[in-house]
Design a protein around this ligand. Structure first.
Ligand SMILES: NC(=O)c1ccc[n+]([C@@H]2O[C@H](COP(=O)([O-])OP(=O)(O)OC[C@H]3O[C@@H](n4cnc5c(N)ncnc54)[C@H](O)[C@@H]3O)[C@@H](O)[C@H]2O)c1
Length: 396
């Protein structure tokens, strides 16, 4: 545990907040878990107890550790109580900038001057939240993945005003919690993982929309031929189509035509309230459990197309100085379970091959998502085509 961060407050005891509180408590922190609703807090504590019991059953922790962790979490509806003597705050209230700014301002007012204030936002501006406080240099993004108790990855996001000390403290704090942090050096929409994933989802939606492959065919191909853990439609359903839709909209606003969303595919489902696994229906029917993806359609879609747009977006992240190849690869492997990161993949496959694929797709469809990033062209022109050449995204 970093010396200076002992007491923690988690604001919002929903899906993410309760899990985040549990992780801190399991590592010995005193945690206040704050929500506006007593009933939600009771529920959160029950979910934490259930999860701790699972850890004990799986022999990951001892019974007494579970009890101790539980006793360190104090549920409360009082901001004053939660923020007294706190060293670190992470908010996980609903994804709404105005709400988050209000929460940041309140935390700023009620917590000690040294306290770092972090947001678990998936897409919103850390800088704007920070500027709602009088300590923007002590505000930062700390983006956890669901479920926080099990997922290894944390994206640490530097806002425009975040200090080096704050970034370092949160990177170290994440490591001390047993997590692997990656650094998103700029406050850009989608950060690292959702940006790469957004590109891949879009490619699949457009291919489906154009009638080039069925959703089962795309999912079968990426899973059984491509080696990805889930198909893109299956994963979209799992994440929640309302979230996928909203993130897609934000990426489009931020990056323009490169992220032109395929609204015809996703919007009707969202409007009908078919949001995926959580509502029982989405692209697939989940009412009887996980959809079965047919093995025999595994050559219906060229999964190299998923890699091509993923590598292209990774190249944009590097081009824009948002992230390193290492962090992009770590993010995609730990955040989404990909067998390899896009930079590793490109280096093995050959950047010239990826560039060729993107050029071919761009010529065929004329869509910006296929237009190769200048960095990719530059690397290939310099002969940095990957592992075989001794230099690609990485040096060998
Ligand atoms: N669900 C995911 O998979 C996921 C993953 C990563 C990040 N996130 C982000 O985490 C945040 C929370 O998401 P969630 O899925 O846990 O949402 P959720 O709706 O499950 O939980 C939000 C909680 O915040 C509480 N709340 C609302 N207003 C509040 C206030 N003013 N003060 C204190 N508590 C308040 C609500 O009562 C609710 O319990 C969002 O920013 C989301 O984008 C979600």
């Amino acid at each position: 545990m970093p010396e200076e961060i002992r007491r923690v407050a988690v604001i919002g005891g929903g899906m993410m907040g309760h899990g985040i509180a549990q992780v801190f408590a399991m590592k010995g922190h005193e945690v206040s878990l704050l929500d506006i609703d007593e009933e939600i807090l009771r529920n959160a504590m029950q979910r934490i107890e259930w999860s701790l019991r699972k850890f004990v059953e799986k022999r990951r922790i001892r019974e007494e550790d579970a009890e101790a962790a539980l006793s360190r979490i104090k549920p409360t509806t009082s901001y004053e109580e939660a923020l007294k003597d706190v060293d670190f705050v992470v908010e996980a209230v609903p994804e709404n900038l105005e709400l988050k700014k209000k929460v940041f301002a309140k935390v700023d007012e009620l917590s000690p001057p040294h306290t770092i204030i972090a947001s678990n936002t998936s897409t919103l501006s850390i800088t704007e939240m920070g500027r709602a406080t009088k300590r923007p240099e002590k505000t930062v993004g700390m983006h956890w993945f669901n479920p926080p108790q099990l997922m290894q990855l944390i994206e640490v996001v530097r806002g425009d005003d975040t200090s080096d000390e704050t970034v370092e403290a949160v990177m170290e704090l994440s490591r001390s919690l047993g997590k692997t942090p990656i650094l998103c050096r700029k406050d850009v929409r989608g950060f690292i993982v959702n940006r790469v994933l957004g590109a891949v989802f879009n490619e699949a939606y457009w291919a489906y929309h154009r009638g080039e492959a069925s959703k089962e065919g795309i999912d079968s191909s990426v899973k059984f031929s491509g080696g990805f853990p889930m198909g893109w439609f299956e994963l979209s359903d799992y994440v929640g189509l309302d979230i996928v839709y909203e993130v897609g909209r934000i990426l489009y606003q931020a990056y323009g035509e490169r992220f032109k969303p395929c609204e015809e595919v996703i919007e009707p489902l969202v409007k009908e309230g078919k949001l995926g696994q959580k509502t029982g229906q989405g692209f697939y029917d989940w009412r009887k459990g996980r959809p079965r993806i047919p093995f025999d359609l595994s050559d219906e879609y060229d999964y190299e197309r998923s890699w091509a747009v993923a590598v292209n977006e990774a190249a944009w992240l590097i081009h824009d100085d948002v992230a390193s190849p290492e962090d992009i690869d770590t993010g995609m492997k730990l955040g989404t379970g990909w067998p390899q990161g896009p930079c590793e993949y490109a280096d093995r496959r050959g950047l010239d091959k990826i560039l060729g694929k993107l050029n071919e797709l761009y010529e065929r469809y004329g869509m910006e998502m296929y237009r190769p990033c200048p960095l990719l062209r530059e690397y290939v022109e310099k002969g940095w085509t990957g592992k075989a050449a001794g230099r690609g995204f990485y040096k060998y």
